[in-house]
Design a protein around this ligand. Sequence first.
Ligand SMILES: Cc1cc2nc3c(=O)[nH]c(=O)nc-3n(C[C@H](O)[C@H](O)[C@H](O)COP(=O)(O)O)c2cc1C
Length: 189
Amino acid sequence: MADPLDVLVICGSLRKGSYNAALARALLALAPPGLKLRTAPSFAKIPIYNFDDQNSTGFPPDAAAWADAVRSADAIIIVSPEYNWSIPGGLKNAIDWASRMKDQPFKDKPVVLQSCAGGILGGSRMQYHLRMSLTALDAVLFGRPEVIVTFAAQKFDEKTLELKDPTAIDLIKQQLAGFETFARRFLGK
Ligand SMILES: Cc1cc2nc3c(=O)[nH]c(=O)nc-3n(C[C@H](O)[C@H](O)[C@H](O)COP(=O)(O)O)c2cc1C
C-alpha cells in the first residue's frame, strides 16, 4: 500500500465554539487511511500584510511558520466560514503573506474546501472566492463533491459540537476519498 499523504488542515475560524473547527476535528475519523491529517499553526497573530513591513523587516515568524506548514504538506484541506459573502480576513491575510514568499507554498498544491455556516448557503460564496484566490497561486482545486454544511446549528451536537448529520458525514467521506485519488494522481504518489 502507498504511504499516506501528509495533509494539512486549515480552519478559517478562530472562535472557541466554532462549527468549522468542530468539522475540522471530525475529519480525523472520516478521512480514508491514505490521508494523514495534521492541524495548521494558527494565523491569529500574523500582522496585517504590508509591503513596507515585508521590505524592511521581512516575513513575520508566524506568517513564515504558517507558510512552511503549507509548503511541507502533500495536500491541504481548508475548512472555513464565510464572512460577509467572502473569505474571513485572517485566513486571507495569511494567504496574502504566503503568496509573496519564494518557493510559493500553494504552487502545485492539491486543495479541497469545506465550509459550515448558519444560513442556507453554508459558506458557498467563500468557497468560490477561495477557489479564485488559490487558483491565482497555482494551487490545484478539487471539484466535486462539495462539502457545504448549511444551517450548522442543526448539524452539530449543541453541547459536544460533534457532527451528527448523517448526510454531511456521508458527503465528507465521499469527498475525502475522491480527494485522495485526485491528489495522488496529481502528485504521482
Ligand atoms: C463577521 C461575520 C460575517 C458573517 N458573514 C456571513 C456570511 O456572509 N454568510 C453566512 O452564511 N454567514 C455569515 N456569518 C455567520 C457565520 O456563518 C456563523 O457565525 C458561523 O457560525 C461562523 O463560523 P464558525 O462557527 O466556524 O466560527 C458571519 C459571521 C461573522 C462573525
